[in-house]
Design a protein around this ligand. Sequence first.
Ligand code: ADP
Ligand code: ZN
Length: 202
Amino acid sequence: MTGADSRDHEISDARLRRHGWIEVITGSMFSGKSEELIRRLRRAQIARQRVQIFKPYVDHRYSDDHIVSHSDMRIASASVRSSSELLTQVADDTDVVGIDEGQFFDLNLPTVCDALADRGTRVIVAGLDQDYLGRPFEPMPQLLAIAEYITKTLAICVVCGEPANHTQRLVASSDRVLVGATGVYEARCRHCFDPQLAAAEK
Ligand code: ADP
Ligand code: ZN
């Protein structure tokens, strides 16, 4: 093979290789993040792509082996205890990796997503961008910084009906992770959001 031939060969190899990337779906609770994640993953499954779906072990509100949206859409998933465990579970030939509740993972999740995207995987992560006080919820900000595609979802403020970007905690607790849904949290807009409510009602 001449030098030019081998260069052509390398170029066509690179063109044939799958290109990975990171998509992030983020917003408040009830904004439709899980619905959107499930929609994208279902389309990939219908197209017979190899899909693996994960969620953190902490989130077993409705199910241990499914991602379940507040509107009861569901898709089978595996629970993992860390981002490194997630990485060990991804098969070499997996085309698409879906991850829900990204904010409940450790700070290594962005590095794991980067490694998967670098080896040609489409990585889709859904998660809260803010905690109950409105502070950025790690590791979502770091993921947003490195993602190719970002979708911001908004709920409807249950007080005034405007677009809701906040998760209002309704019960008194200063734990950053307090798993719950209806009755514990509701969606509120910037104007109606009151970060002190969780403390004031003690
Ligand atoms: P997320 O993953 O962002 O918490 P889900 O995808 O699980 O959201 O659920 C979205 C669904 O939640 C909506 O389709 C709707 O049925 C329900 N829902 C409950 N409260 C609200 C709200 N205030 N605004 C919009 N949707 C809401
Ligand atoms: Zn409002």
